[in-house]
Design a binder for this molecule. Structure first.
Ligand SMILES: Nc1ncnc2c1ncn2[C@@H]1O[C@H](COP(=O)(O)OP(=O)(O)OP(=O)(O)O)[C@@H](O)[C@H]1O
Ligand SMILES: O=P(O)(O)OC[C@H]1O[C@H](OP(=O)(O)OP(=O)(O)O)[C@H](O)[C@@H]1O
Ligand SMILES: [Mg+2]
Length: 299
């Protein structure tokens, strides 16, 4: 168990998730004294310490109570959980929230020159992966008898190097597969970054701090999805204009100095305005249409 009375959060030190994690903590109002080489960063305005580690270590640190919270890809979380379950080691965590970054999928791929293949082709083949537990479970579910070759990096070069017949690796844009002459097959897991909590956490002060941060997290996410919309609308077309604005329950209407026919309409929309909607608004006589980002929200 963490013996510090400061909330300990594990994040990835370097790599795909580290910048998003640091940005998220900043948006939550956590000020950090980050020094590149340091393992621990202390918050200067909250009783929080941030541990910067390899992403593979994050689930275990949270499961074992070394850290109270962690931000990690679901792919790594599921892999570590499966490995621990097989070994009979505690593997539960509370998943507090899925986050809106780190989206990728774990997919099968094979050399392009083989052309289209179905699942049965994998029978008896060697598949290189960093995720042997997830892959083995999938192969079992599908009734495919194939062997896994564990590689911690450069999985995409394994077929060319003669280490395997196919791979099972993370894909986002597909550029890595393409650059290595591989075709993407079945997706076996979709993943986002997520926020996890040690399931035995009982310290009242730490729980209170988490309860303070969670509404902020929801507020950050809601703000990202919402827009503040302002426009000038002809009074006689207000109903039609409101009808095409997404989520315009109770817009604010303001008089325009020296203009009896128009009003200013302000509203928070739960989604952005597409160009097509803006063109429709314009056709109804609206003008000065502004769509602005919202930084924070609290309802
Ligand atoms: N191409 C991608 N696009 C978006 N997210 C990705 C992508 N590749 C990986 N991720 C997510 O980011 C996480 C970290 O990826 P990264 O490549 O930095 O890991 P790593 O090389 O294992 O780093 P570490 O040194 O921390 O072990 C992955 O586990 C996954 O959840
Ligand atoms: O489909 P793409 O957009 O090309 O992304 C997929 C690649 O991204 C990840 O690696 P990363 O670039 O993070 O480097 P790493 O292999 O050193 O971890 C992943 O392991 C793939 O190799
Ligand atoms: Mg890693």
């Amino acid at each position: 168990m963490s013996n510090s009375n400061r909330l300990r959060i594990a994040i990835q030190k370097g790599g795909r998730l580290s910048k998003d994690c640091q940005d998220l903590l900043k948006q939550l109002g956590v000020k950090l004294n980050l020094r590149e080489q340091r393992l621990i960063a202390h918050s200067t305005n909250m009783p929080i310490d941030v541990l910067r580690v390899r992403d593979d270590d994050i689930p275990g640190l949270v499961m074992d109570g070394v850290c109270d919270l962690g931000i990690v890809g679901e792919n790594v979380l599921v892999e570590v959980q499966a490995e621990r379950e097989r070994q009979g080691v505690p593997s539960e965590v509370n998943k507090l929230s899925k986050l809106d970054f780190g989206y990728c999928r774990l997919a099968l791929a094979w050399p392009q020159e083989l052309g289209a293949r179905d699942k049965s082709w994998f029978e008896g083949k060697r598949i290189a992966t960093t995720y042997p537990e997830i892959l083995t479970q999938w192969l079992k579910r599908e009734g495919i008898n194939a062997s896994t070759v564990m590689l911690t990096g450069s999985v995409e070069v394994a077929p060319r190097a003669g280490l395997s017949d196919a791979i099972c690796d993370l894909v986002s844009t597909g550029a890595t597969l393409e650059a290595n002459g591989l075709i993407q097959g079945d997706t076996i897991l979709e993943s986002n970054a997520c926020l996890i909590q040690n399931k035995d956490l009982q310290d009242a002060d730490k729980l209170a701090l988490i309860n303070k941060l969670m509404p902020r997290l929801r507020g950050v996410r809601q703000a990202k999805e919402s827009k503040y919309i302002m426009l000038h609308a002809p009074k006689n077309k207000l109903d039609e204009i409101c009808e095409i604005l997404p989520g315009s329950g109770q817009p604010t209407l303001l008089a325009l100095a020296g203009n009896e026919e128009y009003v200013a309409l302000h509203m928070v929309s739960s989604e952005t305005l597409f160009w097509e909607t803006m063109e429709q608004l314009k056709a109804l006589g609206a003008n000065s249409i502004l769509v602005m980002p919202i930084e924070k929200m609290m309802e």
